[in-house]
Design a protein. Structure first.
Length: 210
């Protein structure tokens, strides 16, 4: 089901909008943050099918963001459930020491995921950056997480040197919590590394409701 913001229509990613997902991830301002090479349309079709599976099983994944007035593809963003594994388990240190942090979602397909907290993110095509669209997507994602899904917390992670994305996290009310290490890009270093530093921001439901 689509969601609406003042300027955007947010449609759940699925096979029908795989080409639009490719437009985002193949954009020169996007793909270097996520991939070693520009992704192919076949890559985007696989991602779209996987996201559709998560929408069915986990009840959530990313949206494609369209301009409400003209229908242009602005970007993609929103929420996803995080795998209950050691890598994402690093986030436990930044969440309350309560049982819900480690509880696993009832649906074990397409993978065992955390039940009560989600990850939020966004990516915009080059021509739409710096115009407040990422914050618009982010606020819609937080509302969906807390008001629709009843999440206890939302986290957001980005490589340390992605200052633009970190600014968006703070703008939508998330708080810097610390860093984890995972596979990604290090500023000034070619290719990906297994120990790239990621900045982590968190918003707990009780803090959001204050």
């Amino acid at each position: 089901m689509s969601r609406w913001t003042p300027r955007l229509r947010l449609d759940p990613v699925g096979p029908a909008n795989a080409e639009d997902l490719w437009l985002v991830h193949a954009d020169d301002q996007v793909w270097p943050w996520y991939h070693d090479d520009r992704p192919s349309i076949e890559d985007a079709r696989e991602w779209a099918a996987s996201m559709a599976g998560s929408w069915r099983s986990h009840g959530v994944h990313k949206w494609i963001a369209y301009d409400r007035a003209g229908g242009e593809v602005v970007g993609r963003g929103g929420l996803s459930r995080t795998p209950a594994d050691d890598d994402w388990g690093q986030i436990h240190a930044f969440l309350p020491d309560r049982p819900w942090v480690r509880e696993v979602h009832a649906a074990r397909s397409p993978f065992p995921a955390h039940a009560h907290w989600l990850e939020i993110g966004w990516a915009l095509r080059g021509g739409y950056r710096g115009r407040g669209y990422a914050a618009e997507i982010g606020r819609a994602g937080l509302a969906y997480a807390f008001d629709v899904l009843g999440a206890r917390a939302v986290v957001s992670c980005t490589v340390r040197h992605n200052t633009r994305s970190r600014a968006v996290m703070e703008r939508i009310g998330m708080r810097y919590a610390g860093e984890i290490r995972s596979r990604g890009r290090v500023e000034g270093v070619a290719g990906e590394r297994d120990d790239a530093p990621y900045a982590v921001c968190v918003l707990l439901r009780e803090d959001r409701d204050r």
